[in-house]
Design a protein around this ligand. Structure first.
Ligand code: IMP
Length: 440
């Protein structure tokens, strides 16, 4: 012990990478537990940008254990490219360990992802087209290829044949695609296995040992609660569980080893891809915030949809995750507005009102936001390092969020740089905060 879980409390892209990176400085290990290279983190350190898709944020600190857990789906080519890019910038990647049980994204998963989207036409989900859904589908159908399979040519070939057989019809349009040739594919994946072999291991045991030695382990979530396949805005979700509960099964660490859950939310809301978004801003203010907040996907470059902070969804995410700490990022992006709206309830098209997140998708699809208006502020927040440095209206905004979610705000992001962060008094009550410099 202790285990600390960091999850997205919205639709992903909350800035978890920066927060994990910040807390990783005070931890011994960082582990990812779900998702794949549909995620993307940008970390800014001393003006240098680092983009990570699969490798946990802690990799930039020498001597930390970095783990990719069994719940992650891995595109081995992407992983190898990411490792090479880090090595080229002299980052020591020898501490990376990958679960032998993690499933692999295969060339047919990529083709099926884009074909599936094309078939859905207007109903498409807007996936990242990285093969995530088809890979998790094969895992559940027990037709998946796991990292350990790359270490045995015979098994690998047999499993690829078995996995492709039921997909013959859907793969027919790609018959001539060279990436689907059995021999080419087997050779290519065996090479990946050879290159990754030194990183493959029993990561569940490694984490258990670290926790048993009282080391601090951070469980780094990808995406966010509203994209959860069970509890999110299905079917406009990802194919894994970005909730804190998945940190246990996605790493092979028992739930009693998870001591704290931190949720990360922007000071406003964004979403990429299709699906309901009650607090969406369709007027030009949305475009202004998109530009100001650089709201374009790290993975796909797609412009993100923008909305006011949705406290109905945030309360729901807080309940699903049993959040103990809330991190509010990008508060600086809201500077310069005369007024700020916050969604505190939903109204459906028959004027019924909802304070809780509706369980029925029809209600959600017709829901519009009921908002409370708060005062804005003009000041630039980039230099603020304590709560008292913030303009009063910004402080009141944070208080409003904490009051309505009943979760203390422990960290506040005021800019992209690593040091543009406010540690609040409430952070003192957390495992990491006790060892950090808490001002205010
Ligand atoms: P998939 O995960 O590629 O299957 O995409 C399913 C949905 O999740 C789409 O709406 C994506 O835009 C969304 N999604 C997946 N990963 C992320 C992420 O890291 N941030 C934000 N949205 C994501």
């Amino acid at each position: 012990m202790p285990g600390i879980v960091i999850v997205g409390a919205q639709w992903g892209d909350e800035g978890k990478g920066k927060i994990t990176d910040l807390l990783a400085d005070r931890a011994d290990a960082v582990v990812r537990f779900q998702g794949g290279n549909n995620a993307g983190h940008t970390i800014v350190r001393e003006g240098v940008h680092w983009k990570l898709h699969l490798i946990p944020s802690g990799i930039l600190y020498p001597g930390k254990h970095c783990v990719i857990g069994n719940g992650v789906v891995i595109d081995p080519k992407v992983l190898i490219d990411e490792l090479e890019a880090l090595r080229a910038r002299r980052v020591d990647v020898s501490g990376l360990r990958i679960s032998a049980n993690a499933h692999l994204i295969m060339p047919y998963h990529l083709l099926l992802d884009s074909a599936g989207e094309a078939r859905l036409g207007k109903l498409q989900i807007g996936t990242t087209q990285r093969g995530i859904g088809p890979c998790y589908a094969d895992k559940a159908a027990r037709l998946g290829i796991r990292l350990q399979d790359l270490l045995d040519e015979k098994i690998l070939k047999k499993k690829i044949v078995a996995a492709m057989e039921p997909k013959r019809l859907s793969l027919r349009p790609f018959e001539k695609d060279p990436s689907l040739d059995l021999l080419t594919m087997t050779e290519e994946y065996l090479t990946y296995g050879h290159r990754l072999e030194r990183h493959i291991g029993d990561t569940s045991r490694l984490l258990w040992e670290l926790l048993d030695e009282d080391k601090t382990v951070i469980f780094e979530g990808a995406q966010g609660a509203m994209l959860d396949i069970d509890h999110g805005t299905y079917p406009f979700v990802t194919s894994s569980n970005p909730l804190a509960g998945a940190a246990s099964v996605g790493t092979g660490v028992g739930p009693r080893n998870l001591d704290e859950v931190w949720g990360v939310s922007k000071a406003y809301t964004t979403r990429v891809g299709a699906g309901p978004f009650p607090s969406e801003l369709t007027e030009s203010l949305g475009d202004t915030l998109r530009e100001r907040g650089h709201e374009f996907g790290t993975t796909t470059g797609r412009p993100r949809r923008i909305g006011w902070l949705d406290l109905v969804a945030l309360r729901y995410a807080s309940r699903l995750n049993t959040l103990g700490s809330l991190v509010i990022t990008k508060l600086d992006v809201l500077s310069g507005l005369d007024r700020i709206e916050v969604c505190t309830g939903y109204r459906d098209n028959e004027e019924a009102q909802f304070e809780d997140f509706p369980y029925h998708q029809t209600v959600l699809h017709h829901a519009s936001a009921q908002s409370t208006e708060l005062a804005g502020w003009k000041e630039d927040l980039g230099e603020c390092r304590t709560l008292s440095d913030l303009p009063q209206a910004a402080r009141e905004y944070l208080e409003f969020i904490a009051e309505h979610t009943r979760v203390p705000v422990t960290l506040v992001g005021v800019g992209p740089e690593q040091d543009q962060i406010i540690w609040t008094e409430a952070a003192k009550d957390t495992i990491i905060g006790r060892s950090a410099v808490v001002v205010d």
